[in-house]
Design a protein around this ligand. Structure first.
Ligand SMILES: [Zn+2]
Length: 424
């Protein structure tokens, strides 16, 4: 069978399974009244969803009510999970070489298009005040973060333009090392030219992000880049979607020492839900089959290229789901363990949720199939003995505090700059 046929068959099996699942009530409806009450009293913030690729490449409408849609984020799912704010990822795939900023702007536009289509249920947001305003109006606050510092094409002017377009965080790297920051994704590849962390220009990027009010996001970066970033940044940093290495030994995850450095920096680590980052057993099986998966994807891409057709998000997602379906999903407990570990090492004021929804296909822990399932995390934390106040911090208040600090530092730096320029 061709990879396409295998993938279609896998999709058939998956949709059949889904049809069966729909006849039984969703478990998230079964969380206790106390859990509902705590969960719904919070402003729930998720700092990473890859849905813009669906908007742009597949014409996905966030207002979709299609019961067969396997996606993690829609307005209905967000409402069911009381999701108050989503940071949509402007992920610039390195294959867009020569058009990084163009690709980023297309993805940014796709988020605005969705907000324009659903003004009654969704609004663009650029600040903590906006998030709170959206919450009062019962709308999903939609923010944006760039994933991959190569998107600025080594130009601080483009960084400033992205701020004006609404970008409020940027991961210094994605899985690829760029010309000013090392990534964890290729740090052990000797063929890649590395910089021992951040270059001088990389440090300027961090300072300009501080001045503008763009959160410095250290997800994906190499360890040395992380330490350079916290040493350089005047504002708290975030990890928009990272887990703890002590529980899953992935280079992309954070060591306990890094978690403690985030505490000192007053930053926030937003826990990624991707099973391979969350759970060590899953990670081992995933790593063992990764080469085969990559080969299957490459074969499919080559086949489509020969046919002169681009590969859509849905097609990538379908192949990835075929592979992730081979590995038993870790229990929800593994995700709660991650939150609990980071809360213990970094402190309960320094942990939040950065799902990676719509970026990890089917590879989320059991019970987490979309944003509608977020109340189960509240249930898990309450069962673990967490106080309601601390749960609300984890669900969103910590990120809002960090974001406010970033806004304050930006105002301070701009005042200082104005003072310098007027000679005071
Ligand atoms: Zn990512």
């Amino acid at each position: 069978m061709t990879p396409l046929r295998i993938a279609s068959f896998a999709l058939f099996l998956l949709t059949s399974a889904l049809a069966i699942a729909q006849t039984t009530p969703s478990k998230s409806e079964n969380v206790s009244a106390r859990v509902r009450q705590i969960h719904n009293s919070a402003i729930v913030v998720d700092t990473h969803a890859d849905t813009p690729q669906r908007f742009l490449d597949d014409n996905f409408d966030i207002g979709s009510t299609d019961p067969k849609d396997l996606g993690h984020v829609s307005l209905d799912k967000a409402r069911a999970g009381n999701l108050g704010a989503e940071f949509f990822s402007i992920w610039v795939e390195p294959s867009f070489k020569g058009q990084y900023a163009h690709r980023a702007m297309d993805l940014i536009d796709s988020v605005y298009q969705q907000a324009a289509r659903h003004p009654d249920r969704m609004m663009m947001a650029f600040s903590v005040d906006d998030i709170e305003r959206a919450h009062k109006q019962k709308k999903l606050a939609s923010l944006m973060g760039i994933e991959g510092g190569h998107a600025i094409e080594n130009d601080l002017r483009l960084l400033r333009d992205f701020y004006k377009l609404g970008v409020r965080y940027m991961t210094l790297t994605w899985s690829n090392t760029n010309e000013w920051a090392d990534s964890s994704g290729d740090i052990s590849n000797p063929k890649i030219e590395h910089h021992n962390g951040l270059t001088d220009f990389g440090k300027q990027v961090v300072q300009e992000m501080n001045r503008l009010g763009i959160m410095v996001d250290i997800s994906h970066v190499a360890d040395k880049t992380f330490y350079d970033a916290v040493a350089t940044s005047r504002a708290p940093v975030i990890a928009s979607h990272s887990a703890a290495r002590a529980l899953s030994n992935h280079a992309r995850n954070m060591t306990d020492d890094m978690l403690r450095a985030v505490t000192k920096n007053n930053g926030v680590v937003m826990v990624n839900f991707f099973s391979a980052f969350v759970d060590e057993n899953y990670r081992k099986v995933y790593e063992a089959q990764r080469k085969d998966e990559e080969a299957a994807v490459a074969a499919f891409v080559a086949q489509r290229k020969a046919e002169g057709k681009p590969v859509s998000y849905a097609e990538y997602d379908r192949i990835q789901r075929e592979w992730t379906a081979k590995i038993p999903r870790p229990p929800l407990k593994s995700l709660i363990d991650q939150i609990d570990h980071i809360a213990k090492i970094a402190g309960v004021d320094h942990v939040g949720l950065g799902s990676d929804f719509d970026g990890v296909s089917g590879a989320t822990p059991e019970g987490i199939d979309s944003a509608a399932d977020l109340p189960k995390i509240t249930q898990g934390l309450l069962d673990r003995g967490y106080r309601a106040d601390d749960i609300r911090k984890i669900l969103g208040a910590n990120l809002l505090r960090g974001f406010r600090d970033v806004e304050r530092v930006s105002r301070e730096m701009q005042t200082e700059q104005a003072g310098r320029q007027s000679g005071k």
